[in-house]
Design a protein around this ligand. Structure first.
Ligand code: ADP
Ligand code: MG
Ligand code: MG
Length: 355
């Protein structure tokens, strides 16, 4: 009997479009002899679309229209998913793979819903997901675990609205330009800017405040960007590292998804000792946040002094066939179809452990 995998995609986040691409490549790669893929789309307005009749759905791409909004053809079934008393799709699922990046998906909200419904799922639980999403909470926990990071401060939008000069004064007392200003709960570089002056800092704070009520400000360094993929639950394995060479001044949204000219060096050309250090740090970071299943852990290596800094963890990293996460495992010797199979097993194992 085939395992029925509910593939959730789209979602109410700035990373909706990225999710469509990830989900499409995951749907294509799953071994169809073993798994039946049931698409569950979440539109930008939060409406859920799932097929009532799951037999005969083969062409996943039908579910994604050209305007990058989720649509479902030919069985629209709005808002039915959480109504598990009906004979709807959820009661027929063995496991869910939430391929949702960013808010309302990568942040513990879907994970909480699935826990409530007692449905196994791929990836981190509520805690790992939500802490991994909030850059301030994440960095505070990493600091507690003595993981080396760049200097940072968190501020609230309400403090900026009350007295921006005071906030800027506090930032300048503690941090040196250039600064990176980021919404705390986002990804894909949305809302992030680099500030080289007080004026730019002011603008950056206001810009980041459009996306989140919490903002993080970090010292900007001249860095190489190194990433590794993690797979496992309590005893995870770590891939070889890859390096991102952004096409812009930093790895912003445009460099990630629009220009298509950022270079990914897979694997990265770095010293074996440094690789080992990074892999150990990635494992510690993953366990510090109580992550599960998968994560991509991103590092900076300072170009001047060679120091390694942990940047962030992404609990639902981009998953297209050319994304860093699956590519890094490919060069480490795990092909994407096997990777997906592992993720499903890890999801079941974690659910068994909880119950
Ligand atoms: P996101 O979760 O949106 O990917 P990141 O914290 O990874 O946010 O920041 C996005 C990009 O901005 C990084 O990949 C890097 O290019 C640049 N960046 C962020 N913080 C720093 C920093 N402290 N120093 C140098 N570059 C940075
Ligand atoms: Mg991120
Ligand atoms: Mg990042």
């Amino acid at each position: 009997k085939k395992i029925k995998v509910g593939l959730m995609f789209g979602g109410r986040s700035g990373e909706h479009e990225v999710s469509l691409k990830s989900a499409a490549s995951i749907a294509k790669t799953f071994n169809k002899d073993k798994y039946e893929i049931i698409p569950i789309g979440i539109a930008k307005d939060g409406k859920w679309y799932a097929p009532i009749d799951i037999s005969g759905i083969e062409n996943f791409s039908q579910f994604i229209n050209t305007e990058n909004q989720v649509t479902i053809l030919p069985y629209p079934n709005e808002n039915k998913l959480i109504n598990i008393k009906d004979n709807t799709v959820v009661s027929k699922l063995d496991i869910v793979f939430p391929v949702l990046h960013g808010t309302f998906g990568e942040d513990g909200t879907i994970q909480g819903l699935l826990d409530l419904a007692n449905i196994p799922y791929v990836g981190s639980g509520v805690l790992g997901s939500s802490v991994g999403m909030d850059k301030i909470a994440m960095k505070d926990i990493f600091a507690q675990h003595d993981l080396s990071q760049v200097k940072y401060i968190g501020v609230l939008r309400s403090e900026i609205e009350r007295d921006i000069e005071k906030v800027i004064g506090e930032i300048r007392d503690y941090l040196e330009f250039p600064l990176f200003v980021k919404p705390a709960n986002l990804g894909s570089s949305v809302g992030i800017s680099k500030a080289n002056s007080v004026l730019e800092l002011k603008e950056s704070l206001i810009e980041a405040g459009k996306y989140d009520r919490k903002i993080i400000i970090e010292e900007g360094l001249n860095v190489r960007e190194i990433e590794v993929s993690v797979l496992g639950n309590d005893n995870p394995i770590v891939s070889l590292p890859g390096e991102v060479i952004p096409s812009n001044e930093f790895y912003d949204y445009k460099a990630k998804y629009i220009d298509n000219s950022s270079t990914l060096n897979i694997p990265a050309k770095i010293d074996e000792k440094v690789i080992y250090k990074i892999q150990e740090l990635a494992k510690r970071a993953f366990l510090a946040l109580d992550c599960a299943g998968l994560a991509r852990v991103d590092f900076f290596i300072c170009k001047d002094i060679g120091e390694i800094y942990l940047n962030e963890i992404n609990t639902l990293p981009g998953f297209t066939s050319i994304s860093m996460y699956p590519k890094l495992f490919e060069v480490t010797g795990i092909m994407m179809a096997d990777l997906l199979e592992n993720l499903i097993s890890l999801g079941f194992a974690r659910c068994d452990e909880k119950n």
